[in-house]
Write a protein that binds this ligand. Structure first.
Ligand code: APR
Length: 230
């Protein structure tokens, strides 16, 4: 059975990573549009780099939760038949043991050079080490997808959704495209669809089944159920 799991900020909420829309649109005190758009970066690159440096430093202090660990366990059982597509830029899926993770909105632990388009692991603070190791230009930005930019690896995601027997969305409000359309792409080709979320979302009615509750409780339970039924 081929399974695609889409995760959003809600799966990391129990690890202490703030979601986007549960905090009335502010993101750690910043207007999201000022720190998560190319225009915001062009206007004040140092502010944006500092903002992401802070988010990265915060990530070092949080840990995985049972929902991340359950998906890693599911990958151990299903192998290549499971793909996790995440909108999150944290590395909590990887830290829990998942290896098949598609970061459609990029990753905090990667930096992108605007001069040579080189990507590389983001070690120090961007705000203090601006030189690109590839071309030595001081044109670095966080390797995350901002509003108005194209998500990464969408053809791979679409391929997986077309082959899926089961599509599960965990902890996403379905506010942002194209992730919010994944349930339709999967259902169109016959996949069963399940939503696991703290509250109803804009897409709840589009799922075959919707379970409301905390990801840390419901995802492990769903994984056990799936593995027991195989
Ligand atoms: N368990 C399950 N779901 C939860 C939990 C929890 N403990 N806590 C919050 N949620 C749910 C909320 O009910 C909400 O529906 O997680 C969802 C989080 O929604 P958003 O904050 O909108 O995050 P997300 O859907 O991932 O946002 C998508 O929007 O801002 C852009 O690029 C950013 O990747 C992000 C994208």
């Amino acid at each position: 059975m081929k399974v695609v799991v889409l995760t959003g900020a809600g799966i990391s909420a129990e690890s202490g990573v703030p979601t986007f829309r549960d905090s009335d649109g502010l993101w750690e005190g910043h207007d999201v549009m000022e720190v998560a758009t190319p225009e915001g970066f062009a206007a004040d690159p140092a502010l944006v780099q500092r903002f992401y440096d802070l988010r990265r430093a915060h990530l070092a202090k949080v840990d995985t939760n049972p929902a991340h660990l359950a998906l890693a366990r599911l990958e151990q059982a299903l192998g290549d038949d499971l793909l996790v597509i995440t909108q999150n830029v944290d590395d909590l899926h990887e830290r829990a043991g998942s290896t098949r993770v598609l970061h459609m909105h990029g990753e905090l632990r990667s930096a992108l050079c605007l001069a040579c388009a080189d990507r590389f692991p983001w070690e120090g603070d961007l705000a203090h080490s601006p030189a690109c190791p590839g071309c030595d230009e001081a044109m670095l930005r966080p390797d995350v997808v901002w509003f108005g930019e194209m998500p990464y690896r969408m053809d791979e995601a679409l391929q997986a959704l077309q082959e899926a027997d089961l599509f599960v969305a965990v902890g996403t409000s379905a506010h942002v495209q194209p992730a919010a359309a994944f349930v339709h792409w999967a259902a169109e080709q016959g996949a069963r669809t399940l939503e696991i979320n703290l509250a109803e979302t804009l897409s709840t009615d589009d799922f075959d089944e919707s379970r409301q509750g905390r990801a840390g409780d419901l995802v492990p339970r769903w994984v056990e159920e799936l593995l027991a039924g195989r």
